[in-house]
Design a protein. Structure first.
Ligand code: GRF
Length: 202
């Protein structure tokens, strides 16, 4: 029988622990989808090794290598079409997607962010810095947000968050470790719900 599972392209730039969580979820069945392509903005990123270890095709995409953002978008769309990608999951991807890709995949692109948006998002808000800012704010809770992606960093509709308490003795590293643990549980679950059509989209 033909495999009709939705095909997800994962965009990553770093360690790829969320990519791994998504791969694992497709294996254990919590995510009924196929990770069909991994797009990285860096050639030497551990995420591409994780993909290769699983036999998943990888490609490097650098918007600045293209003559214009429009051409970059067309190139990427061609690649996504070649791989018959239905959904895009950003997982630690450090660049904005070309607008043409956002338009074509609108409501089928998600991102995971390591804080409770709309707070602590936007350009430059990534990695350890996010947790430093959360701790400096005195907020009593943090946790990941999964949201739809539009043309602006961390701006699209929030689909779900997983709230955890911030402890008085937390450091950016201890908080980051507890947040990412939640990310790995939340992300596959939200993607499955999006695929199922369980979110009311505008
Ligand atoms: C995660 O904290 C995610 O929220 C953010 O980038 C980080 C990626 O980590 N968008 P990893 O590469 O998945 O380990």
């Amino acid at each position: 029988m033909e495999d009709t599972k939705p095909r997800v392209g994962v965009f990553a730039s770093g360690a790829g622990s969320n990519l791994q969580a998504l791969i694992d979820a497709t294996i254990d069945g919590t995510l009924a989808a196929e990770i069909a392509l991994v797009v990285s903005s860096k050639r030497k990123a551990y995420c591409t090794e994780r993909a290769a270890a699983q036999g998943i095709e990888t490609m490097v995409f650098k918007i600045k290598k293209h003559p214009s953002p429009e051409e970059a978008g067309d190139y990427l769309l061609t690649k996504l079409k070649e791989h018959r990608i239905d959904y895009i999951a950003l997982a630690g991807y450090l660049s904005l997607l070309p607008a043409g890709v956002v338009q074509v995949f609108r409501d089928r692109i998600v991102n995971i962010h390591p804080a409770l948006l709309p707070k602590y998002g936007g350009k430059g808000m990534y990695g350890r810095h996010v947790h430093e800012v959360v701790l400096a704010s005195g907020d009593r809770e943090s946790g990941p947000t999964v949201h739809l992606v539009d043309e602006i960093y961390d701006n699209g509709k929030v689909l779900e968050q997983a709230k955890i308490p911030v402890r008085s003795d937390d450091t950016p590293d201890t908080l980051a470790a507890r947040v990412i643990e939640q990310e790995h549980k939340l992300y596959p679950r939200v993607i499955q719900k999006l695929i199922n059509g369980e979110y009311a989209l505008d």
